[in-house]
Design a protein around this ligand. Sequence first.
Ligand code: KIV
Length: 275
Amino acid sequence: MPQTLYGGTRNRRVTVRDLALAKERGEKWPMLTAYDAMTASVFDEAGIPVILVGDSMGNCHLGYETTVPVTMDEMTMLTAAVVRGTSRGLIVADLPFGSFQEGEVQALRSATRLVKEAGAQAVKIEGGERSADRIGLLARSGIPVMAHVGLTPQSVHATGYRVQGRGEEAASQLMRDAKAAQDAGAFALVLEMVPAPVAAEVTRALQIPTVGIGAGSECDAQVLVWTDMAGLTPGKLPRFVKQYAALRSVLGDAARAFAEDVTTGTFPAAEHSYE
Ligand code: KIV
């Protein structure tokens, strides 16, 4: 029986070559974000083949309003935690805003830190054509790069959170960005918030896998931010999110039950106490 990327029994980490072979087989695969060792270990045990330490940690873990303030120190520390919590998933660490915009040397220094100090097996960088020189240098230096086009949240102050790639000119720019990333040496491409038919065309045009988020069902892989997927994120979520659990109410109920037990003297009981 051929070994599949998701649910396969491997006692080694997934590699970028495994992802290339999955595209050849037409096998779709899931990716989730994680920002700490324990959550990452749950996803690793569940067989999620690729775990992204996204700069969405800014909004989902660190209490910032956007991804923009996330620093290299924060990314390095949380990536190292995710690596420690996993043994099977390919760990991709985001290059945060300000860690690669200065040029190739800065990008190489930042990516090297994530791979060498934190233990990531790959990095993710926002931009297609505009980041192609840096994708090229990292790839030639032996650092696998996942590129990210469409909505790129680090540019939120310029673009807002809006669907990208709508209309003929925008769709052609998206295709140019996708091909530039592939030609520069990216091993995969995130497509965020782009019309499904445009994402499908990009997916057909590329040899490398596309990873959609709000990009329809034709992408080779799908990614969600874990706190959105598990129902922990408060407030209104984007249309592309599907919630698979209601963790916010489960945790809230647990906290209220604990508080009730403490205030009524029910906890700790004899079985929780030492003689
Ligand atoms: O930071 C992140 O979580 C991401 C995904 C949404 C792709 O970039």
